[in-house]
Design a protein around this ligand. Sequence first.
Ligand SMILES: Cc1cc2nc3c(=O)[nH]c(=O)nc-3n(C[C@H](O)[C@H](O)[C@H](O)COP(=O)(O)OP(=O)(O)OC[C@H]3O[C@@H](n4cnc5c(N)ncnc54)[C@H](O)[C@@H]3O)c2cc1C
Length: 393
Amino acid sequence: MTRTADVVIIGGGIQGASIAYHLTQRGLKNVVILEKDTLASGCSGRTGGMVRQHYSTDLVTVIAKQGRDFFATFDEVVGGHSGWVQCGLVYMVTAKDVEALKHNVALGQKHGVPTRLIDAEEARRRVPGLNTDGGVAFAFEENAGYGDGYGSTIAFANRAKETGATILQNTPAIGIVLDNGRVVGVKTPAGTIATRTAINAAGPWADRVGKMVGLDLTIKLELIEEGVIRVETGDSYPIHTPSVYDFVNGLSFRSEGTGQTVVAEGNSYFKGQLDADSYPTKPSDEYIEDVSMRLARAMPRLANGTPRGGWAGLLEGTPDFHPVIGVAPGIDGLILCYGFSGHGFKEAPATGRLVAELILDGRPSLDLAPLAFERFAAGRLLRSLYKDDPIMA
Ligand SMILES: Cc1cc2nc3c(=O)[nH]c(=O)nc-3n(C[C@H](O)[C@H](O)[C@H](O)COP(=O)(O)OP(=O)(O)OC[C@H]3O[C@@H](n4cnc5c(N)ncnc54)[C@H](O)[C@@H]3O)c2cc1C
């Protein structure tokens, strides 16, 4: 057991792994990741992995853009396998979300995202077979894509390890030791690691880590379900066809090539109590049936597809569906990086770097004040312009 560390990161998801990667790249070697289970065993191994830059606020648009740009060269820069596929993304909205679409496209353009409004004819040309009936406005984001949450987490962690980090799997943080309100150690079943900097990157379990120091980090858990539909290769469409955010049928979907489409619906179908330690990891039959029908409406050429199950994971929602990044109030040396509310995959390359900057430089290169925990008590919640779909953030 390592007895001292410059930084102890609690959580080996993509956020913790990205932070460790960026810290070690900046030369800080004595970094420890504590993972209670195995790397990417939380949200990060179950993500849909879609990468868009279409957001309602300047800060998150820039974070998403920096995340996307990192994924575009991830495998060369980090090594390993991020699974990055650049395919572009078509948005199709109904009347109630036209203003949100236009606003987010303009915001993207302001920050250099290659995105623009298009018409229904161009949407159909870009996604052959797309049924645009009911779509009132459309946009295209040229350099969007998707990646592999598990592969990206492992790649970040492996590179951090090669550069000096220690990764302790099956090793939970069970307490944080304070001395006069400052972090001096993190407890594990194998002993205490002395450190002056701990990071809460525990995803859906971040509230439990908060309780270790008396902080109430309320997280609302919902289930996100993803379905997989297979079709005969002849009816399917190529892998570089743009993904679609379809607000007419309430779906997002993407081609994975070889006759396989991954499809998700915005709302949770699971209505029971959710516990981060035991939640359904498969989508319900009801969900699969419903998304199959919706997909058939959106893409009639996939109507003969066969549902092949899918997976489910947790949405770790904060009160405004945006993450918390910053120093924990009243506790020196504890940094919060949690609550990514269903969009933490794309943000991880940038947020990991920003947390590393916060630790090493004292202030990050982007002003993270809008994401401070204190915003909730102060009533400065961030808002999505999209109606009825908080994940759009
Ligand atoms: C089905 C699904 C689809 C999604 N789709 C997208 C998408 O298309 N695009 C996108 O950008 N995002 C998407 N997301 C969201 C994204 O996957 C998450 O926001 C992101 O993975 C969160 O990463 P994390 O590192 O914060 O959390 P996690 O990956 O959950 O990592 C937290 C880790 O902390 C560990 N841990 C907890 N407590 C302790 C402790 N006491 N000690 C040690 N370790 C501990 C856990 O075991 C876990 O491994 C999706 C998520 C799901 C579930």
